[in-house]
Design a protein around this ligand. Structure first.
Ligand SMILES: *Cc1c(COP(=O)(O)O)cnc(C)c1O
Ligand SMILES: [Zn+2]
Length: 444
């Protein structure tokens, strides 16, 4: 294996390096997180225009695996992996659409939504999991003693891990907080044949257990503290810029829980800048649920200190995390990208999500958090009406049908401003005509 990419400790005083096929998640010297570093001199031998052309030529093509949104950028992700070991479901290349009506309603003209949930397992977690599971396959082929891959999850990580492992024929183990994820998210790893362990705790509790069981090297850890995931997820920012013909937007809003994804977004954009594909950086906004807001609390104190919180139950269940693993990486990203952190209450996130749906979206509650944060920042004048804003939608709304049902039934513990209740009628033409007349008069 050549050394075009390696793990490096994020602690500036340490900077220890490790090989990508080492079974390691934290620095052995100082316990900090690791990140994947690339041989930038080697990458810079191809100029920016040539990179852009290469990425364009591969985009959505059928040349396996380069038609994948992730593997189309293979040299920037895992340059040394053998194509035979890549486990891909053609993730990425998700649609980025102009949310014209919603933008008009909230007072921003140039609003776009990046639909990362329109993918194999229904969330952006696919982007990272294709990379991690591919690397595991390569390590197994080289004789590594890995018997299974495990994760703790708020629902989407486990769905992605289960489906990629099923595709590769590698056993998957998922630890889920009992009763705290949606039915769709629970059934995904079950259907894909993972070993599903439902623990009587929250995500942070599951995370503690999985860290212990993966001290045994035969069980490989798939949580985002494993920076292989970040390498795949970093394509989201690159792809957004590519979809705008290599023009950088002004602001990118992203919901954050464990905070791996915001670090990934930053990492891809920084790599583009270093290699000359872009000349400026967008601002990044992290949106948190008020009931699980440790990053927000630290932000308002200018990141002077960090205290984990006990995450309260929130509709945005995938970000119900009180002790985010990637806090330090996220702060570094926010400092580099003139970042903002905003939070949303349950009512704010649910109403924003529903209002988005009324204008043609179909949002998950986490996207609702991002939309609500955007509304608040526009009102506060922290984002300007004329700016080009991208909201990263992290999962498909169909995974959260239970959330939408409760909202539209009006059975949340707050009023549902945009509830749309079905009308039950006898099967008679007269009754339907009556109902239509009333509805049309009111305006549907
Ligand atoms: C995982 C997840 C997030 C949060 O990503 P982090 O990397 O944990 O910050 C947000 N939304 C959805 C739908 C997710 O599955
Ligand atoms: Zn270190």
């Amino acid at each position: 294996m050549s050394n075009r990419a390696w793990f490096q400790c994020i602690n500036e005083q340490c900077r220890a390096t490790y090989r990508l096929n080492d079974i390691i998640y934290r620095c052995r010297t100082c316990q900090s997180l690791l990140e994947v570093k690339h041989d930038m001199t080697a990458l810079a031998r191809r100029d920016a225009a040539a990179w852009m052309k290469l990425f364009e030529d591969r985009y959505k093509s059928n040349a396996w695996p380069y038609g994948s949104g992730v593997w189309g950028k293979k040299e920037w992700i895992l340059p040394d992996i053998k194509d035979d070991n890549i486990v891909s479901m053609y993730e990425g290349s998700t649609n980025l659409f102009w949310a014209e009506r919603f933008g008009k309603l909230i007072g921003v003209d140039d609003l776009w939504v990046k639909l990362c949930g329109n993918t194999h397992s229904g969330s952006f977690k696919d982007l990272g999991m294709t990379v991690l599971v591919s690397q595991v396959k390569q390590m197994i082929s080289e004789g590594a003693p890995i018997k299974a891959v495990a994760c703790a999850s708020t629902g989407d990580t486990s769905a992605a891990l289960a489906v990629y492992c099923a595709g590769a024929g590698i056993p998957a183990i998922v630890l889920l907080p009992k009763g705290k994820i949606s039915i769709a998210q629970l059934v995904q790893p079950i259907a894909n044949g993972a070993l599903v362990l439902s623990l009587d705790t929250d995500f942070d509790g599951c995370m503690k257990v999985v860290r212990e069981i993966t001290k045994d090297e035969t069980i490989y850890l798939a949580n985002s503290m494993n920076s292989l995931r970040i390498e795949g997820q970093k394509t989201v920012g690159i792809e957004i810029v590519q979809q705008f013909d290599w023009e950088v937007p002004d602001v990118i809003v992203i919901p954050g829980g464990n905070l791996g994804n915001v670090s990934a977004l930053g990492s891809g954009l920084l790599m583009m800048k270093e290699l000359g594909l872009i000349a400026k950086l967008p601002r990044i906004v992290v949106a948190q649920a008020e009931r699980a807001n440790p990053l927000y609390r630290s932000y308002v104190k200018n990141f002077k200190d960090f205290e984990p919180v006990k995450a309260q139950k929130t509709l945005a269940s995938a970000i119900q995390i009180g002790d985010p693993v990637s806090y330090e990486k996220a702060v570094r990203t926010l400092r580099q990208f003139d970042g903002i952190v905003e939070q949303a209450t349950e009512q704010e996130l649910a109403d924003a999500s529903a209002l988005g749906d009324k204008t043609g979206m179909f949002n998950c509650p986490h996207t609702g958090v991002a939309l609500a944060a955007l509304i608040k920042l526009l009102k506060a004048g922290k984002i300007d009406k004329s700016e080009r804003v991208i909201v990263v939608s992290t999962a498909h709304g169909l995974k959260f049908a239970d959330f939408k049902v409760k909202y539209h039934e009006g059975t949340m513990d707050f009023p549902s401003q945009y509830a749309n209740k079905p009308i039950e009628l006898p099967a008679s033409v007269a009754a339907v005509k009556d109902a239509l007349a009333q509805a049309l008069e009111k305006g549907i």
